[in-house]
Write a protein that binds this ligand. Structure first.
Ligand code: PEP
Ligand code: MG
Length: 883
């Protein structure tokens, strides 16, 4: 087999496309050589060899020795030098290079091939010898550390000692003779630590370094990095052996790193840093202050040091040409490394550069406008999830932060404010202009007004689909949920975490994009929905097939969603409309009533409110489709739980408070999520759904008449498990429609459909579709019921499941395509078989998750519906899914 691929020096065997075999660095070195750029010659030992190495007890195949020897001989020819030759030594670097970039995780050895004899030879060939001995001491330290496991501090102590003795402050103060003395001490230290002398045989050095780089694939750092970035261990790393070029031979030498465009802003300007008379690791180590590449960069960063553009104008111009050539060739912003040896430029690396979310957007739009990529490609290049960073305030990256706890990143954005522990106080303080963070063990629908008034919400319990998380995302409030280490004590109005106590009124900052909780106020940066954002979203809209709707029930959310491009409402949760202080009493009256008549009396009070809610929504949505779900949650969520609340209901209804208490106990359920909720309420108390349907139709008739645009409401029945339920409730809705038509004298169209939230409903979708004109997959409940996992409690133990690799993702965040997804695919198929063209959508939290949206496209759903702030993400993800 072929294990070794050459590059540079006129004999390049690899290409950029061979990343899997040659690793990113090796493939791109080959590509640059193919482009005619100045790449020091070298060769790559393939990732397949890494696999062989680990499969064979860290041994090499027999033919490797000859292949490496031939490759070294080629380098000797190209450089007119010899590996290990005291008079004219060839020196090489040995570096790792995996398929995916793993910066700093694996090992590198520079200046390999130096020993006592070759260092002397190099010294004779290069001026005063300082460069040669400086390189040798660097090599001894690096090789001993990386290959032989001798700790850095042994060498640092020796060098510090020499500098102290001579009264030097800088490394550059040392002469050739000084370095020779340091080297003698370094070698002694190595022999003392290892019991054997530092290896003088250059072949032994080479194979030692190659083995160390392959070995570093399995070091603890690299393993952790792979786990965090989903990189499989089976990929392996390649090893690149390359002729050394020296940036540390004198004042006409330099080394640097650069980006072809600004990686923080995306601006089309060359951006980078370099150091004169230095070797690569010096730039990274931060011992000396690097200088800017360009005059503009120098001015922008208020640097006193001259730029490369001024110091080495010719080499700079050459580098700038390389920059343009690489960008055009790779059609993306590049991150490059270079070295200048005696005024000659050498390229050591190129790769697609990492960038911030705003930079990614600007670069993609600019490249498309420059004609370098097409619009589809620009749309593909933006990570939809990263748009979050553009829609919400973010923490100022330059600011200090004191993180005290971490929870789930439940709703993006950063917010600071005074800590407050209950919703009423949050509202009162916000009313007088305070910024507040509402801190609760968990939230319930009764906290909505406080959540709305707060800048951010922090809970110590609950997962990504907990009440706090769902509501905060809907409102666009920052939220950190389930910060389990926080102990919140409502009585003393304080919370504590690892010895830190935070009182009512203290200021904290939360970052809903990372889940971090910080002490004090950390400055934030406001989002700017620039022209680039609008441009890219426009391109995405022209590509996608699926419609994007929003989950919204308040006028504010509906307006926000339209501003973000929503094309209708996919889920209006009517129960959220019942918590308004002006209504809750009537709601409680209705629930606690012991007869139909009592319920109807209370419902009559609610009906005008409901109708007005729908008038508002229909008006804002101006003819776009609006799906309204009839009452869904378990009734206990509305029950009065304090004595005062019970007394209030008793008074309003003229009943004995004890009777109210009795009724509350009677309505208590052991397992409310599987209890009397959803359409089961409609089955028991059809008058509730009747009132809601009447309010919907009356509002639709009114808005259609007033605005002239036809409103076609979609009435949705939740938690259906049988066709019979739907038949019965559809008849209730149809009767209400007839009633409104008769009383208004207007006829109108409407649809009646159902949510698919139970496995049985998915399985029986064929007959349910006989009654349903549309399906909306309620994947929050469908995930809960398919897994048998409580959406309210799973947050407490799901991290264990993710740690142990049982779940790759939280199934409440990213759709379980093989389980829950199979039910969706099957229901879609059976529904369509009964009713071709049946309208299909999704309205669970997954409707705003890019990976889940890809799945929705694959089963051909008509739309996804998500919270307002996720609408842009969904627009982009739907476009990518369609490409
Ligand atoms: C669902 O279950 O996915 C859904 C959208 O309804 P809710 O979250 O209100 O139960
Ligand atoms: Mg549901």
């Amino acid at each position: 087999s072929k294990w070794v691929y050459s590059f540079g020096g006129g004999a390049t065997e690899g290409r950029a496309e061979m990343k899997n075999l040659l690793g990113g660095k090796g493939a791109n070195l080959a590509e640059m050589a193919n482009l005619g750029l100045p790449v020091p010659p070298g060769f790559t030992i393939t990732t397949e060899l890494c696999t062989y190495f680990y499969a064979n007890g860290r041994a090499y195949p027999p033919e490797l020795k000859t292949q490496v020897a031939d490759a070294i001989a080629r380098l000797e020819n190209a450089m007119d030098a010899k590996f290990g030759d005291p008079a004219n030594p060839l020196l090489v670097s040995v570096r790792s290079g995996a398929r995916a970039s793993m910066p700093g995780m694996m090992d590198t050895v520079l200046n390999l091939g130096l020993n006592d004899a070759t260092a002397r030879g190099l010294a004779l060939r290069s001026g005063d010898g300082r460069f040669a001995y400086d390189s040798y001491r660097r090599f001894i330290q690096m090789y001993s550390n990386v290959v032989l496991d001798v700790e850095h501090h042994h060498f640092e102590d020796i060098l510090d000692g020499h500098k102290r003795d001579k009264n030097y402050s800088l490394d550059t103060d040392l002469s050739a003779a000084d370095w020779q003395a340091v080297i003698e001490d370094y070698k002694k230290a190595v022999e003392r630590e290892l019991g054997t002398p530092f290896p003088q045989d250059v072949q032994e050095q080479l194979w030692g370094a190659v083995g160390a780089v392959f070995g570093s694939w399995m070091n603890a750092r690299a393993i952790t990095y792979r786990r965090l970035h989903d990189i499989p261990a089976s990929w392996g790393t390649a090893v690149n052996v390359q002729c050394m070029v020296f940036g540390n031979m004198g004042e006409d030498c330099a080394t640097g790193v650069a980006f072809t465009r600004n990686p923080s802003t995306g601006e089309n300007a060359f951006y980078g840093e370099y150091l004169v008379n230095a070797q690569g690791e010096d730039v990274v180590a931060g011992i000396r202050t690097p200088q800017h590449l360009t005059i503009a960069g120098k001015i922008a960063n208020k640097s006193d040091l001259p730029s490369m553009e001024e110091v080495m104008p010719d080499v700079f111009n050459q580098l700038n040409e390389v920059r343009l050539k690489l960008e055009l060739h790779y059609r993306d912003m590049q991150d490059i490394e270079f070295t200048v040896q005696q005024n000659t430029l050498f390229m050591l690396q190129t790769r697609n550069g990492k960038r911030t979310a705003p930079a990614a957007l600007k670069i993609a739009v600019d490249l498309a406008n420059e004609g370098v990529i097409d619009k589809n490609e620009a749309v593909k290049r933006i990570d939809p999830a990263s748009l979050d960073q553009l829609l919400h305030p973010t923490l100022d990256p330059k600011a200090d932060r004191k993180v005290i706890a971490k929870g789930l990143p439940a709703s993006p954005g950063a917010a600071s404010g005074k800590v407050v522990f209950n919703a009423d106080e949050a509202e009162q303080m916000a009313a007088v202009g305070d910024s507040v963070i509402l801190c609760r063990i968990e939230t319930s629908p009764e906290d909505i007004h406080g959540m709305h008034a707060a800048r951010g919400i922090l809970t110590s319990r609950g997962g990504m689909t907990s009440h706090a998380a769902v509501v905060a995302r809907g409102m666009g409030r920052a939220c950190v949920s389930g910060a389990g280490e926080l102990r919140i004590d409502y009585k003393t109005k304080q919370m504590s975490v690892r010895g830190v106590t935070i009182k009512d009124g203290d200021i904290i900052t939360i970052d809903g994009s990372t889940g971090e909780v910080m002490l004090g106020e950390v400055p934030t940066i406001q989002p700017e929905l620039s022209g680039d954002f609008a441009t890219l979203m426009g391109w995405a809209d022209s590509i996608r097939r699926m419609k994007i709707r929003t989950n919204a029930e308040t006028p504010l959310d509906a307006r926000t969603a339209r501003k973000f491009g929503a094309e209708g409402i996919g889920l209006c949760r009517t129960e959220h409309m019942f918590f308004d202080p002006a209504r809750i009493l009537a709601v409680r009256e209705m629930i606690l009533a012991e007869s139909e008549e009592g319920r109807r009396t209370a419902l009559a009070k609610l009906e005008p409110f409901q109708k007005q809610d729908f008038v508002d929504l229909f008006t804002i949505m101006a003819g776009l489709p609006v799906t309204i779900r009839l009452l869904d949650p378990p009734l206990h969520e509305f029950l009065p739980n304090t004595d005062e609340d019970m007394a209030e209901v008793a008074k309003a209804t003229g009943t004995d408070p004890l009777r109210v208490r009795h009724r509350v106990t009677q309505l208590h359920e052991a397992n409310p999520m599987l209890g009397h909720r959803g359409c089961r309420l409609g089955i028991s108390y059809p008058e509730i759904y009747e009132m809601q349907a009447r309010a919907i139709f009356a509002a639709a008739a009114e808005v259609s008449k007033a605005s002239g645009s036809t409103v076609i409401p979609e009435v949705m029945i939740p938690l259906v498990m049988t066709k019979k339920e739907l038949d019965i409730l559809k008849a209730v809705v149809d009767r209400a429609a007839q009633e409104v038509m008769a009383s208004t004298g207007q006829s109108f169209e409407y649809l009646v459909g159902t949510m698919i939230e139970l496995p049985r409903a998915a399985l029986r979708a064929g007959d349910i579709a006989e009654a349903a004109e549309f399906f909306s997959f309620g994947t929050n409940d469908l995930t809960q019921t398919t897994f048998g996992l409580s959406r309210d409690d799973a947050g407490n133990f799901l991290p264990d499941y993710q740690r142990q690799g049982i779940f790759e993702h939280d199934p409440f965040q990213t759709l379980d395509t093989v389980g829950v997804g199979e039910l969706i695919a099957l229901a879609a198929e059976r529904g369509r078989a009964t009713r071709p063209g049946i309208k299909l959508g999704i309205c669970g939290e997954h409707g705003g998750d890019p990976a889940s949206i890809t799945f929705c496209e694959s089963v051909g759903l008509d739309y996804v519906s998500c919270s307002p702030y996720r609408v842009p993400i969904a627009r982009l993800a739907a476009a990518q899914a369609a490409l």
